[in-house]
Design a protein around this ligand. Structure first.
Ligand SMILES: Cc1ncc(COP(=O)(O)O)c(C=O)c1O
Length: 460
C-alpha cells in the first residue's frame, strides 16, 4: 500500500482515499462530504450494504441486472467456462464454441436483417465500433465526406471520446473538449416539454428538425443517425406516437444509416426482446450490452445489418484485414454468462413479466401520487418508469433548481427502502428494477416512493 495511506482505515475511508469514482463530485467525495454506500451482496431484487441493510434495487445497478442478483445458474456457467477455457481470442480466424453459440443466438433473436455480430466489452465501445463501421462503409462506397453522426440532445451513448461526443448531456462535454468535430445533435423527442403541441404533432416537429439539420449540414456529409429506441438516462421518455416512422422516412430520403442503441432497452427491459419490436424500428446497426449478461460479466455486441455487411465484404478486398478488435472481444467467460442469462430471460418469460409488472407499477404510482400537484407526469415502458415533478400552474415550468427536488426524493426513497435514481433534466426520478420483479415487490416500491414524495412535498 502507498506510504501516504494509513493502515487500518475503514472500507469507506479507504475508498475515499483511493478510488476516482464516475459521476461523483471529486473533491467533496474525497473530503467525506458526499454520500457513500458500500454494497456487499445481492439477492433477487435486493442489495445489502455493509451495515446489513437490505433495500430493493429499483435501478438494477445501472439498468443492467435484468435477471436479478445471485442466480446460481449463471455462476455455474461462469465457473465451468473458466475451468474449460478461461480465455481465448477471436482474432485472425481463431474462435471458440461460446462465441459461436452466442453469435448465432443473437442473430436468430434479431431476425434476418442482421448478418454478423461483433463483440466488445461495454456500451461505450459498442457505439465507438458503430462509428468506425459507418466511416468504413462510406469509404468503401466512395463517399469519404459522408461521415458526420447525428445524435439527440439528452442522449446517453457512453463516455469515451466518440461515444461521449454522441451523448447529448453537457456534463459529459464541457471540461473534456467534447463533442468531437463530426458529431451534431438534434431535438430530444420529449413531448412533455414540447410546448402546447399534441404528441403526434411534436413527433412531426422532431422529424422536421432532423430533416432540416441534415439539409443544413448537407446530406452528402451525414453518415448516420444514432438514437436509443426511447430516451433512457436523459429522462426515461417513450417516443411520441409516429416518431419512429417519421424519422426512418427522413433517414431513407437522405441515405443516412440508423444506429439503434439498445444498450438499456433490449433483453426484456421494454416488455419485448428488443425496443425495436415495441416501436417498429428497422435499424442498420444495433448496440447491445447491459442486459446481455445482466451485469454478471462485461460484454457488448454490435449487430451488423445487410448494407454494412456487404460493404465490409467488399472493403476487405481493398483494405485488407479488418483493423478493429479488442483483446477481450467475445471473451469466453462473458459469452458463457450471456448464454445462461438469455436462457433465464427466455425460460422465465421476463419480457412479458416486465410488460405486466411494469404496467402495474406505473398505474400504482399514478394512483398513489395523484394527490400531489407537483407530479407532472408518470411514464415509461416495460420495467422503465419515470416520475417527473414540475412547478404548479401554467405554463409548465421546472421547480426551483435550489430545491434539488429529485435528489431529495431519491434520498428519501433510499431511507424508505428503494433505490430510485434522480435524473437531472428537470426533476425526474427513474425506476428500472430487475425484470423478475413481482407484484408484491412492485407494491412495496409504490408505497416507498409514495412516502418519499409525501415527505419531500411536506418539506416545501
Ligand atoms: C443507451 C446507452 N448506451 C450506451 C451506454 C454506455 O454503456 P457503458 O457504460 O457500458 O459504456 C449506456 C450506459 O448507461 C446507455 O444507457
Amino acid at each position: 500500500m502507498s506510504e501516504t495511506i494509513p493502515a487500518h482505515l475503514s472500507l469507506e475511508e479507504l475508498d475515499r482515499q483511493t478510488l476516482l469514482h464516475p459521476l461523483t463530485h471529486v473533491s467533496r467525495y474525497a473530503s467525506g462530504n458526499s454520500p457513500q454506500r458500500v454494497v456487499e451482496r445481492g439477492e433477487g431484487v435486493r442489495v445489502i450494504d455493509s451495515h446489513g441493510r437490505s433495500v430493493i434495487d429499483g435501478f438494477s445497478g445501472l439498468y443492467c441486472v435484468n435477471v436479478g442478483y445471485g442466480r446460481e445458474e449463471i455462476v455455474t456457467a461462469m465457473a465451468e467456462q473458466a475451468r474449460t477455457l478461461a480465455y481465448y481470442h477471436v482474432f485472425a480466424g481463431a474462435t471458440h464454441p461460446q462465441a459461436i453459440a452466442l453469435g448465432a443466438r443473437l442473430l436468430e433473436m434479431a431476425g434476418p436483417r442482421m448478418k454478423r455480430v461483433f463483440f466488445g466489452l461495454s456500451g461505450s465501445d459498442a457505439n465507438e465500433t458503430q462509428v468506425k463501421l459507418v466511416w468504413y462503409y462510406n469509404n468503401v462506397r466512395g463517399l469519404p465526406k459522408k461521415k458526420k453522426i447525428i445524435a439527440r440532445h439528452r442522449a446517453y451513448h457512453g463516455a469515451t471520446i466518440m461515444s461521449g461526443s454522441l451523448t447529448g448531456i453537457p456534463l459529459y462535454h464541457g471540461a473534456f473538449d467534447l463533442p468531437f468535430g463530426l458529431v451534431r445533435h438534434t431535438t430530444a423527442p420529449d413531448p412533455f416539454w414540447g410546448g402546447d403541441m399534441d404528441p403526434a404533432r411534436f413527433a412531426q416537429q422532431c422529424a422536421d428538425d432532423l430533416d432540416a439539420l441534415i439539409r443544413a449540414e448537407g446530406p452528402e456529409t451525414v453518415g448516420a443517425f444514432i438514437a436509443e429506441p426511447m430516451i433512457g438516462t436523459g429522462g426515461i421518455v417513450p417516443p411520441p406516437p409516429g416518431y419512429w416512422a417519421l424519422v426512418q422516412e427522413v433517414l431513407r430520403q437522405h441515405d443516412v444509416l440508423l444506429i439503434l442503441d439498445e444498450v438499456i432497452t433490449a433483453f426484456g427491459r421494454t416488455g419485448a426482446m428488443f425496443g425495436s419490436d415495441v416501436w417498429g424500428i428497422e435499424p442498420d446497426l444495433v448496440s447491445l450490452a447491459k442486459g446481455l449478461t445482466s451485469g454478471y460479466a462485461p460484454l457488448s455486441a454490435v449487430l451488423v445489418g445487410e448494407r454494412v455487411w456487404e460493404a465490409l465484404k467488399e472493403g476487405s478486398d481493398r483494405h485488407g484485414i479488418l483493423g478493429h478488435g479488442f483483446t477481450w472481444s467475445a471473451h469466453p467467460v462473458c459469452a458463457a454468462v450471456a448464454m445462461a442469462n438469455l436462457d433465464i430471460i427466455e425460460r422465465e418469460g421476463l419480457a412479458a413479466n416486465a410488460r405486466e409488472v411494469g404496467a402495474f407499477l406505473r398505474a400504482g404510482l399514478a394512483a398513489r401520487l395523484a394527490k400531489h400537484s407537483i407530479v407532472g407526469e408518470i411514464r415509461g415502458e416495460g420495467l422503465l418508469a419515470a416520475v417527473e415533478f414540475v412547478a404548479e400552474g401554467a405554463p409548465r415550468r421546472h421547480l426551483p433548481k435550489e430545491w434539488a427536488f429529485s435528489s431529495r426524493v431519491s434520498a428519501l426513497c433510499l431511507e424508505e427502502g428503494v433505490l430510485a435514481r434522480p435524473i437531472p433534466f428537470g426533476d425526474i426520478i427513474g425506476l428500472a428494477p430487475p425484470l423478475i420483479l413481482n407484484r408484491e415487490d412492485a407494491a412495496l416500491i409504490i408505497d416507498m416512493v409514495g412516502r418519499a414524495v409525501d415527505r419531500a412535498v411536506s418539506e416545501h
